[in-house]
Design a protein around this ligand. Structure first.
Ligand SMILES: NC(=O)c1ccc[n+]([C@@H]2O[C@H](COP(=O)([O-])OP(=O)(O)OC[C@H]3O[C@@H](n4cnc5c(N)ncnc54)[C@H](OP(=O)(O)O)[C@@H]3O)[C@@H](O)[C@H]2O)c1
Length: 283
């Protein structure tokens, strides 16, 4: 049985990726309390002990606004930490799957972003994740870079949980209406990563759930599906929110390459959201 190491195992994506791979692989889930990816020797030693055939690298510093002020931390985890994981993959000849982000783009394109579109991050988090991509491409022969966006899942905090909490506390919400993307269920992304690995795919892939929306439209759907359609939601602009990190206006990723090469179709985010809310007992 092939051995798969998943970093960031206790994170939102890691939890669901473990479940998907557990069925047919010997899975090793590891997080910062096992080894800190910013420490090169610790990381190399830990990965060599496991001798994985495949490493799914989901560990990251994911605080987008925090990355503006904790620039060194973001770079050392997302850039340097990824270099350390990639170096171990190179040493062992392991395949590596790196989870990247729509934030490598500036969001000014009018259509969906393809894998060939030039990257141009507009915030510190995006720059640090792009640095991680560069290390993976430089150090690992058999790599897959999966760019995804707007994740929700049972682990950790996510937008859906935040909206439901605020709706109960406040009764009325203001949500940005000028950023567009595709919400993506961690379970569905986990299955898509499994398909990529099983099919022996290599290179960069864009993977999200199907169809697009703004955060405002997403919020309306979350509330309606949760029986909270009576809560009023006001559309606002990103400028009104005034957050530390700029966000791309357009985060829509083109899944065409993934779907053509694997024959696997990602369902719509609405279908996935309904599934998630049912599992969480929120409908
Ligand atoms: N969430 C999204 O919307 C989104 C969108 C696009 C791409 N992504 C990418 O998808 C991947 C998974 O995201 P996620 O939302 O599941 O993230 P998450 O919930 O924040 O999980 C990341 C995990 O990595 C761990 N970690 C942080 N620093 C570490 C270090 N130095 N050494 C070892 N482990 C460390 C974290 O531990 P602590 O919690 O203890 O810090 C956490 O368990 C990330 O690569 C992220 O960049 C996420």
């Amino acid at each position: 049985m092939e051995r798969v190491l998943i970093t960031g195992a206790k994170g939102m994506l890691g939890l669901d990726v473990i479940d998907v791979f557990r069925e047919t692989y010997e899975v090793y889930g590891r997080d910062i309390d096992d080894f800190d990816i910013t420490r090169d020797k610790e990381t190399m030693d830990a990965i060599i002990r496991i001798r994985p055939n495949i490493v799914i690298h989901a560990a990251a510093y994911t605080d987008v606004d925090g990355s503006e002020t904790h620039l060194e931390l973001a770079n050392s985890v997302n850039g340097g930490g990824t270099k350390n994981v990639a170096s171990a993959c190179r040493e062992l000849g392991s395949k590596m799957v790196y989870i990247s982000t729509d934030y490598v783009f500036d969001g000014t394109k009018s259509g969906a972003y393809s894998e060939e579109d030039p990257t141009c991050p507009i915030n510190a988090y995006g720059r640090s994740k792009l640095e991680g991509e560069r290390w993976v491409r430089t150090l690992v022969d058999q790599f897959i870079i999966v760019r995804t966006a707007w994740l929700f899942g049972r682990g950790g905090n996510n937008f859906v949980k935040t909206i439901l909490k605020l709706a109960r506390e406040k009764g009325a919400l203001s949500v940005v209406n000028d950023q567009v993307g595709s919400p993506t269920y961690a379970v569905d992304l986990g299955r898509a990563i499994y398909v990529l690995v099983e099919k022996g795919c290599k290179g960069i892939y864009h993977i999200t759930n199907g169809e697009t929306c703004s955060w405002y439209e997403y919020t309306q759907e979350i509330l309606a599906m949760s029986g909270l359609g009576n809560i009023s939601v006001h559309p606002i602009s990103s400028d009104q929110l005034n957050r530390a990190a700029k966000r791309p206006r357009n985060s829509v990723l083109d899944r065409g390459k993934f779907e053509r090469e694997t024959g696997y179709r990602m369902r719509s985010w609405r279908e996935a959201l309904m599934d998630y809310l049912k599992r969480e007992g929120k409908t």
